[in-house]
Design a protein around this ligand. Structure first.
Ligand SMILES: [Ca+2]
Length: 243
């Protein structure tokens, strides 16, 4: 005889699905949960599918790395869809992808820390608070505060800069396609200020048109100095106020 009670007992015996493990929304949340070593981790910002990021953990917090150039092993001369979705190797040279960056920062204000290195062993940093629009705004970078760090500004004379690639010209120079003229994809203003997604050169190219295509930050080493390494990483900006 099967009674309702038996059915209830049966149901109770049925193994319940394990509670869904909630992924961290970014590297700083992972840091707060106790993760202290840097490396590749799975994250899931609100409203996004899970994806992998490289977390740079310091004593004070966790940074989510969104771009790194270190050895030229990855071709950064890519089109819109590649810059949207990301490419490269998270442990080496890579671009995380505009859509993922947008998901990571949609919850509020974030700090962007940029570290640059030249071929003589010097390094410089610049940091600013920003927000990033979605694809409908061409992933417009909005500068929300003053820049800090040692580097002079090479992108912020315009407070809002849409992202451009060779096949999507949103730059501020009407008669030129900056991405085509230089290389890669970037928040180009009028072409000549900065491009951390340019071609990786180990020495200054002899051809002038090639020199323009390198990785550069005009207000530090000038427009034609190909930088040795770059890293761009983000963290919730509220941290700045707390520390
Ligand atoms: Ca243009």
């Amino acid at each position: 005889m099967v009674s309702a009670l038996t059915l209830g007992q049966l149901l109770r015996r049925t193994p319940q699905p394990a509670p869904q493990h909630k992924l961290p929304e970014g590297c700083h949340q992972l840091f707060l949960a106790g993760q202290q070593s840097s490396g590749v981790f799975q994250v899931q910002p609100a409203g996004s599918q899970p994806f992998k990021v490289y977390c740079d953990m310091t004593a004070e917090g966790g940074w989510t790395v969104i771009q790194r150039r270190m050895d030229g092993s990855v071709d950064f001369d890519q089109l819109w869809d590649a810059y949207k979705n990301g490419f490269g190797d998270l442990r080496g040279d890579f671009w995380l992808g505009l859509e993922k960056i947008h998901h990571l920062v949609q919850e509020g204000k974030y700090s962007l820390l940029i570290e640059l290195e030249d071929w003589e062993g010097n390094s410089q940093v610049v940091q600013f608070v920003f927000s990033l629009g979605g694809e409908s705004t061409a992933y417009t970078l909005n500068l929300l505060g003053p820049l800090s760090g040692e580097l002079e500004n090479a992108i912020g004379e315009f407070r809002q800069l849409p992202f451009s690639t060779r096949d999507r010209d949103h730059d501020l120079k009407a008669d030129t396609n900056c991405a085509k003229h230089l290389s890669g994809g970037w928040w180009f203003s009028t072409c000549g200020h900065a491009n951390l997604n340019g071609k990786y050169f180990r020495s200054i190219p002899r051809q002038r048109h090639e020199r323009k295509q390198g990785i550069f930050w005009k207000t530090w080493k000038g427009r034609y100095y190909p930088l040795k390494s770059t890293i761009m990483k983000i963290q919730p900006a509220a941290l700045e106020a707390e520390t």
